[in-house]
Structures are given as structure tokens and as C-alpha cells.
Write a protein that binds this ligand. Structure first.
Ligand code: ADP
Ligand code: MG
Length: 730
């Protein structure tokens, strides 16, 4: 059973000495109960790993590879382990989780999506139970009442975003029993680079319905539909659109307003902008799909439909109106937080992925995490062919069809990586017309995705996929596919980052299997077109990619700078709210701020009732004014570029604004709570909020904002616009 891997010695395996010690341990003589007993009492590390190795042999019939032991130990040390796809990272995480949980830590394994959470939980819970540890799993569909028990398990499988959303939801609790206790001991992040880097800056948002829909929406939409090409300046590749001088005049006439740029018309201008975006920048079946009269967002990184997510601000509503589906009420944001700050709450953060090395500097900067590179347990024999560069899209597809046919004839399975859902559909159509049967993996086949990707390794199979759809699911080859040369991964373009290209490549050549990969790149691809350089050859193409990587890193850095102050405020208010919720007696808010009134009300209604009322009102108004604060910060970000006119650093202006907004919020909370406490009816149960006309948020939903497409993407164009304005004035 146990294979000998002599070539191990030829690679420098991190923790070689440690792994050798683990391997000298032979637990096969122990009875099950003796093994369990030893596990409970082992504190010494190589020995504990030896016991875990034996446990996994018994529970799963698998012998841990040295590479897995190495990765597990690196993670226990708080690092990111880079281990190629198909090397068994799922099981490595089990080892880390076991080792830490046995020493009393709670471990959360943050996986990439719900499908993987359910799968990994099901596959591994018995190992944990064998060791006397409890194991839970939370999915998007898990009911509130089952979540606490899952959070209290020794090991929990959950997606990072779901855990983050639960954290945000705690802000809406009005009773201590409404708070979910999340233990922030250890997080093991799977597909770590995607979550820690690509998704890090994206805020998790908890939103709810706004009381009413603004009737002006339909009027503005009609206006926007009337605008023609000369009214609009439109830059598809930069994802920007705005009104021209002529357009503004036209819109003013249609709306019957004097000057759109006057402050009192600011809401019109904002709406026009949103509708222009909805009309020109957001495309059906690329950015969203319409199913059963509802607009669903397509996640760009995965090409999957994002359940329960909405486009930010009023954009979603605008798209609903554009598509003529029943528009829901507008949304307002109750709380938000970039994923990065959520992840930083854990005492120990570690992770695993097939591709982290090229982003190690960012991981160090953002999280103080180090990356350790672990070679595959069998050398990789995949053949990565040279990039093929073509001058037009048409030439590219001609070559791609030709290549696909050629490969297909040999029986080799093919996985084609495309840049968008739209492209994958078009490509599938074109291939079918050419009698090349294929399967498409994208947002529309959400449920079948895992199934389809698992079958992508059969002979003659052609699978078309968006970016990273079906991640985390292994593509297994059968014997015939291996003989035919293994999986051929073919991409119709390069991604914004080399790392993501590598993820696609990593789909083939797993565990020493044969495989090939090749990228076809057209000079007409948006990424390349943006950076026209002379004599674009292979080297330059990859240079453009590095430039894009640099831009993205800078954008993330800028975002982080902007988010920091808000995060500080969010922490302050959250902490205060929790104290109010858990221990109102210690707050002394009413007593210190209005001692005379306090005594009067206590005399009338008793201490208990007054304390209760104080608590309820504080919680209510904190939430209400936090909404206003967030909205104010949002519009500050939208308008911050004007600071440039005054020659100031926008971030500084923004931070000053934030400090002021926070102080105002504190003032407003105080004022409103005290004035309500003066007039409201207090019983022994406190105050009847509804009776006092104070309506709590009930219908809430969650989503993630794709920042790269919103606020900050506008900054450069607005700067250009402002410069233009200045130019005309001078
Ligand atoms: P990764 O997440 O690294 O891409 P997975 O965790 O999905 O890889 O594992 C890939 C496959 O390898 C799975 O089918 C898993 O059961 C198998 N596997 C993992 N570890 C071992 C092992 N030690 N021996 C044999 N098979 C293993
Ligand atoms: Mg995996």
C-alpha cells in the first residue's frame, strides 16, 4: 500500500527533519482506543503528527504524503503553504485542524464555496469524531438556530464570506441571545490567494430595504433612454461613462431642471449616472442574468451566479428597471466590512493554495503572512507550450478551433478557459457548429458545475469554463485519457494576473500525470489593447500582465488606505454596541448625560424599566445613525476627487471628513436617545419601539461590492473631467 518515493530526497522539502521524525513513528500496533488515548494526551509535535497519520490511515485508508505533512506543519506555524493542485490540500488542512483542535483551539476551515464546505465536511467529519472532536458546517442555507452549535464545534467548515456576514449580522441583534458567538482562534483559508488577495478588498455588505422607492426613477430612466451618442462619453474598457456638455443640457431640458450641477439637483445627477452605467456598462448574460423575473449578479472571478447578492447602491434597481422586471425597493446599507479586516480578526491565520508564491510580497504586506513552497509529491511532467500570439480575435479563434479539433482527434480531453460567460457561450456554439460536442461550465449550470468538472478528464471530452469555475474539484483522468496524453488546458486569453493563469494550468498534470497547457492571446484582448507597446511579442505580453498586476496591487493598497479609518470607526461602534447589549448597567449613559431626568424617570418607572429602555433606544439609534454615517462616507468617497482642486491629498481630506462624521454620529445618537427617553412610555419591559414609531430593520440581505468596478474606478476619469473643466475656466 505504502509507496516508496525515493525522489523526495532530490527536492528540498521544507521541514524535512520534522517529517522524517513523524515517519519514524509507527502506530500500527496501537489498538483504536489506545490510539485515541494517546491522541488526547500528546502534546509533543512530531509524535502527535505520527498519531494523526495513523488515524488517517485507519479512518480513510490513505497514507499522508510527506508533502502533506510539511504543508500541515507550515500551516500550524501560521504560514501559507503553496502546494500544487491535486496534491491533497483538503487532507493537509485536516491534519492542521486536528493538531490545533487537540490542543484546545477552535479551528475554522474557510473554504471557497458552499459546495466545498459541504463536501469537505462530509468527507472528513468522521476523522474528527474518531479523535473525540466535534465538527460542524455552515452553508448559506443553514438556519440561524443551528449556527451557534456549529460555531461551537472544535472544527467548522464555512466560507469566509458567510462567516463575515454572520459577524455583520451581529450588529443588528437586539438581545444577547441574538448574538452569534464566533471564536476567532484559527482560520485555515483554502484557495488562500483568491480569498486573501482577490476578494480581500471587496466589502461584505449587509443591506435592507429602504422604506419607499423614489418615484423620480422612472422619469430619469426615460430621460437616460433618450440620450444619444453625442450626449454621452463612454469608455468601455475603463468601465466609465459620463454626460457631455451637450448631454447635460439635453437632460436638463427633458427633466425640466435648470442646472444639473447645482447642489439641489445632485440626486438627479447621481441617478442619471447610475442609469447610464446600467444602460451601457452592465450587460445581460455577462454581468448578470435574468431568471424568473429576477436579476442575478454574476460574480466575475468565478463566473457563477451569486445568490442573494445585489449590485451596490441603486445600480441594482436601475438594472431591474432597464430589464423591465419588477423592481424591489431601494436598498440601504446597514453595515459593511472588507473581507480583509474580517480575516485579520483571527488570532492565527494560515492557508493553502496552488498559487501563492508570485504574490508573496502582498501577502506579507497585507497580513504579515509568509509563503512556503512545497514541491509536488511526484514531479510534474506537464508540458506548458509557448504562448501563441495573434493580431486579431478572428485569427485567434481560427487557430483555437483548429487546435481543438487536432487535440480532440487524439482522444485527449480538453479544458478551455475563457474570459467571460458570454465568450464561453459563443465558443460552445461555434464548436457545436463544427461538430465538436462540448460542455459549458458557467453561471447557468451552477448546480451541475462540480459534476461537470469532475468528468472533464474523460477521453474526447471538451469542457469550456470561465475563469475558475468549479475550483477545488479535482479533475480525475481515466486510463484511456492518460494514454491519450492527459488533459489539455487551453486558454483563449491571459488573465490580469499570472497567478490566475497558473491556477488554470494547474488543472492538469496533477500528481505526476501527463498533461499539456497552452495560452492563445489576441492583441485585441482588452488587457493588451490598454497597454499598446510597440513590437508586442511574447515577452511584452507577459510584461503587460505584470503591469496590470502592479496596477491591481496599487488599487488594493489605495483601497486599504481609504478603508482603514472606516474600519477603526466600525470597531469602536461595534464594541460599544456589544457592551450596551451585554451589560447595559456598566454603560451609565442616561445617568451621566441627563442626571435629573434619569432620577425622575427611575422614580416613575423603576430602575429595571429605565435601564431596559435606555438599552433598546441606544441599540436602535446606533443602528440608525450608523446607516447615515456609512451613507455619508460613501458620498464622501464619490466626491473626494474634488479635493485635488484644492491641492490636497484626497486620503487626508477623506480621513478628516470621517472623523467629523463619526463625531456627528455620536452626537446624533446621544441627542435622539435622550430626547426619546424624555417622552417615551416606559414599562418594566422598557419601551415599545414600534409604538414609538421606531421601526427595526427586518428584511435584510447580504452581498459583496466589486469595488474595482465602482467608486475608485471612477476616480481617474473624474480627474480627467475636472482637469478639462479647469482648462476651460482658465
Ligand atoms: P487539492 O485541494 O490540493 O487540489 P484535493 O484535496 O482535492 O487536492 O485532493 C485531490 C485528491 O487526492 C482527492 O481525491 C483526495 O482524496 C486524494 N488524496 C489526498 N491525499 C491523498 C493521499 N495521502 N493518498 C492518496 N490520495 C490522496
Ligand atoms: Mg482544494
Amino acid at each position: 500500500m505504502k509507496k516508496k518515493m525515493p525522489f523526495h530526497r532530490r527536492f528540498i522539502l521544507p521541514y524535512r527533519v520534522f517529517v522524517d521524525k513523524v515517519n519514524t513513528f509507527d502506530g500500527s500496533g496501537l489498538s483504536d482506543s489506545a490510539l485515541k488515548e494517546e491522541l488526547r494526551n500528546s502534546s509533543h509535535c512530531p509524535r502527535r503528527y505520527g498519531l494523526i497519520k495513523e488515524t488517517i490511515i485507519r479512518c480513510k485508508g490513505m497514507v499522508l504524503f510527506d508533502t502533506q505533512l510539511s504543508a500541515a506543519y507550515a500551516m500550524e506555524q501560521g504560514m501559507i503553504a503553496e502546494l500544487p493542485t491535486g496534491e491533497g490540500k483538503t487532507l493537509a488542512a485536516v491534519v492542521t485542524a486536528l493538531s490545533l483542535a487537540l490542543s484546545g483551539e477552535q479551528v475554522q476551515i474557510l473554504v471557497f464555496n458552499d459546495y466545498l464546505a459541504a463536501r469537505d465536511y462530509k468527507e472528513n467529519k468522521e476523522v474528527f469524531q474518531f479523535c473525540g472532536l466535534s465538527c460542524g458546517c455552515i452553508l448559506q442555507t443553514t438556519k440561524r438556530e443551528h449556527r451557534q452549535a456549529a460555531y461551537d464545534c472544535n472544527i467548522l467548515y464555512i466560507t469566509a464570506r458567510e462567516a463575515g456576514f454572520d459577524y455583520l449580522r451581529n450588529f443588528m441583534a437586539f438581545r444577547e441571545s441574538g448574538l452569534l458567538r464566533q471564536h476567532f482562534h484559527t482560520a485555515i483559508v483554502d484557495e488562500a490567494d483568491s480569498i486573501l488577495i482577490d476578494e480581500a478588498g471587496i466589502p461584505l455588505v449587509l443591506a435592507g430595504e429602504e422604506p419607499t422607492i423614489d418615484k423620480n426613477y422612472m422619469t430619469v430612466w426615460k430621460t437616460v433612454k433618450e440620450l444619444d451618442a453625442q450626449d454621452i462619453e463612454f469608455q468601455e474598457k475603463e468601465h466609465q461613462v459620463w454626460l457631455t456638455e451637450r448631454g447635460a443640457v439635453h437632460a436638463e431640458r427633458l427633466l425640466g431642471v435648470n442646472n444639473l450641477y447645482e447642489l439641489e439637483n445632485a440626486h438627479y445627477l447621481e441617478m442619471i449616472h447610475t442609469f447610464l452605467e446600467a444602460r451601457l456598462l452592465y450587460k445581460k448574460d455577462r454581468d448578470y442574468i435574468v431568471k424568473n423575473g429576477t436579476v442575478f449578479v454574476i460574480e466575475h472571478t468565478t463566473g457563477r451566479v451569486a445568490e442573494g447578492r445585489r449590485f451596490p447602491d441603486h445600480l441594482h434597481l436601475a438594472i431591474e428597471i432597464k430589464e423591465g422586471v419588477k423592481a424591489r425597493k431601494g436598498s440601504q446599507i446597514y453595515n459593511m466590512m472588507p473581507l480583509q479586516f474580517y480575516l485579520l480578526k483571527y488570532r492565527r491565520l494560515c492557508g493553502m493554495t496552488g498559487t501563492a508564491w508570485s504574490s508573496r510580497k502582498e501577502l506579507k504586506n497585507m497580513y504579515d503572512l509568509s509563503v512556503i513552497r512545497i514541491p509536488p509529491h511526484v514531479p510534474c511532467i506537464r508540458r506548458d507550450h509557448e504562448d501563441v500570439i495573434l493580431s486579431t480575435n478572428q485569427a485567434l479563434y481560427t487557430q483555437v478551433y483548429h487546435k481543438i479539433r487536432q487535440i480532440h482527434q487524439t482522444g485527449q480531453p480538453i479544458l478551455i478557459g475563457t474570459q467571460s460567460v458570454e465568450e464561453s457561450e459563443a465558443l460552445a456554439g461555434a464548436l457545436r457548429k463544427r461538430n465538436l460536442p462540448c460542455f459549458v461550465l458557467n453561471a447557468k449550470e451552477d448546480e451541475k458545475e462540480a459534476e461537470l468538472i469532475a468528468l472533464a478528464g474523460r477521453p474526447y471530452r471538451i469542457t469550456i469554463s470561465t475563469n475558475m469555475a468549479g475550483r477545488g474539484v479535482d479533475i480525475k483522468l481515466d486510463k484511456d485519457a492518460v494514454t491519450a496524453g492527459g488533459l489539455f488546458v487551453l486558454s483563449t486569453g491571459i488573465n490580469r494576473s499570472f497567478r490566475i493563469d497558473q491556477q488554470l494550468r494547474g488543472r492538469t498534470g496533477r500528481q505526476g500525470e501527463p498533461g499539456e497547457s497552452q495560452f492563445f492571446i489576441s492583441m485585441e484582448q482588452p488587457l493588451i489593447k490598454r497597454h499598446v507597446i510597440e513590437n508586442t511579442g511574447k515577452v511584452q505580453i507577459r510584461r503587460i500582465q505584470r503591469m496590470a498586476e502592479g496596477e491591481d496591487a496599487q488599487m488594493r493598497y489605495l483601497l486599504e488606505k481609504y478603508s482603514l479609518i472606516l474600519e477603526k470607526h466600525r470597531r469602536m461602534i461595534t464594541q460599544y454596541r456589544e457592551v450596551v447589549l451585554r451589560d447595559i448597567k456598566s454603560v451609565h449613559f442616561f445617568e451621566t448625560n441627563a442626571p435629573v431626568l434619569y432620577k425622575k424617570r427611575v422614580a416613575e418607572s423603576g430602575t429595571q424599566g429605565v435601564l431596559c429602555a435606555e438599552q433598546q433606544l441606544l441599540l436602535f439609534y446606533i443602528n440608525q445613525h450608523w446607516v447615515d454615517y456609512l451613507a455619508a462616507m460613501e458620498s464622501a468617497r464619490e466626491s473626494i476627487h474634488f479635493a485635488i482642486l484644492g491641492g490636497e491629498e484626497p486620503v487626508d481630506v477623506y480621513q478628516r471628513f470621517a472623523v467629523r462624521a463619526f463625531a456627528e454620529m455620536e452626537e446624533d445618537i446621544k441627542k435622539d436617545v435622550l430626547s426619546k427617553l424624555k417622552t417615551c412610555k416606559i414599562t418594566e419591559h422598557g419601551v415599545d419601539l414600534r409604538g414609538e414609531g421606531l421601526i427595526k430593520a427586518t428584511n435584510t440581505w447580504t452581498y459583496m461590492i466589486d469595488e474595482s468596478k465602482s467608486q475608485f474606478a471612477k476616480v481617474p476619469s473624474l480627474l480627467k473631467y475636472i482637469r478639462k473643466l479647469k482648462g476651460t475656466q482658465l
